[in-house]
Every structure is written in C-alpha cells, then in structure tokens.
Design a protein around this ligand. Sequence first.
Ligand SMILES: [Zn+2]
Length: 228
Amino acid sequence: MDGQTMTAAPVLILLGPPGAGKGTQARMLEEKFGLVQLSTGDLLRAAVAQGTDAGKRAKSVMDAGGLVSDDIVIAILRDRLGEPDCAQGVILDGFPRTTVQAQALDQLLAETGQRIDAAISLEVDDTAMVTRISGRYTCAACGEGYHDAFKQPGQAGTCDRCGSTDMTRRADDKAETVASRLEAYHAQTAQLIGFYDEKGALTRIDAMGEIRDIATEMGAIVKTATAR
Ligand SMILES: [Zn+2]
C-alpha cells in the first residue's frame, strides 16, 4: 500500500434460483470488470487441492462424510480474498446461504475494511420458469434443442436438423421437479434476502428478461459499487 486512501474492491453476492442465469451473468461480470467469481464448491476443492490449513480441515470433515462448518468456509474465503486476482473485486456465489453465515462474512470483510457492496437477487417468475425449463427437449442424435412452447420442429417429433425421431428430456427438467427446486430456493433464501434488504444492500433484478438487458443492469450495479 502506498499510504493513499485505498478504494476497497467491491464484494458482490449473487442470488438466484437454478435457471435464473447466474452463471452466465457472473461470467459477463468477470470479463467486463475483472471480477472473480467465487463459488463455495470451487473454493473448497481448491483449498483441499492446495493443502492449506483450512483445506486440510475441510478434507478431514468431508472424508468423514460431514458438512464443512461455517468457520472453515470463512477461513478458506479469508485466504482466497487475500490472493492478488481478487483485487478487482469478487462475486460470491453460493455463500452465504444463511444469515449466520452472512454475519460471519460481514465480520471477515470488516477486517480488511470491506463490506458487501451489493447483494443482487436475480428474480424469476416461478410459473414462467417452470414452463421454460420443463418444456425443453433435445434431439438425442445431434443435440439440437427444442421447446414445447417456444421452438417446435417443423414436423412434430422429428429433428429439423438431422431427421432423427429420438428426442430426450432431462429427468431434472420435469415440471414438479423444477417447481420443488424453486420452492426450496425461496425457503432457503427468504431470510438472507431480508437480511440484505434491511441493510439497504439488496438489488432485485428481473431475470426473466433478455440476457443483454440483465447484463446492463448488473453492470450499472458494479460500477456504482466500484465508485464508492
Ligand atoms: Zn437431430
């Protein structure tokens, strides 16, 4: 540090149910702003692979079939945030999941004069999301994608591209499965969203629109966060 006032790198949290396009948006932010996306799974795997102290603790818990505790995840995150590539800022994905974790994260960031600059909630219309995901099917022969409502082949059941009639649907894409996944997401994150809303850090983005429009909104949030 050169003694000048340092602008702390922005720390963003990305919230959204499966299918809301979190991964796509995070990649755009990485490319455009040099932010680094940190997902809990990747963090854990990397720490275990590198054999850091926290990584070793995580490994022994996982080897025993247990759940890695919050304090281990926080320790891993502390190590990771100190690495040079995080200097432009980070996007947290999958952590925190609970308000207890969110409070621990606030404490960790306070150590370096940082804070959560924005918790971005990608909001979906559940009914439309069920239609969107459950309608998908794919040609098993060539991989061409189709949709019951939005993209039917010219001749029902026959692939436009290769003529195959072998169409497949992912078991995970069943309407009931998608609906219960959304329900679980809302139950899991309701408190967390309330936590950031109360702090004035929550921004809701309509994730049902065009990817490019969503990216523009996300970019504006990052710029505001960076300028603080
Ligand atoms: Zn095909």
